[in-house]
Design a protein around this ligand. Sequence first.
Ligand SMILES: [Zn+2]
Ligand SMILES: [Zn+2]
Length: 94
Amino acid sequence: MTKPLTKEQKRKIYCVKHGHAKYITKCWGYVYCGRCGEQIGDQLASCFDTTKLLVVGCNKTPCFDCDPIRKSLNKMDLAILKELEAEMESELNE
Ligand SMILES: [Zn+2]
Ligand SMILES: [Zn+2]
């Protein structure tokens, strides 16, 4: 019997099939895919353009970069985005 895929595995497979998410997280200049968590670039050596991406934790409201992307996300991505934002908030409150 094969084990069912974990949430993380399913997300990674989705990224392989469809490309990385349009929402990202940033840490020390490194850029990670919000969906699978893989590092997709860094802003240290090369300049990685995040203007067409939604940066999780961006608190500009309204944000002309993030808002159109947020609107284009499907249900699954919105759910992941909410998770990431909740995680980020709990980290800030620690
Ligand atoms: Zn990804
Ligand atoms: Zn923004």
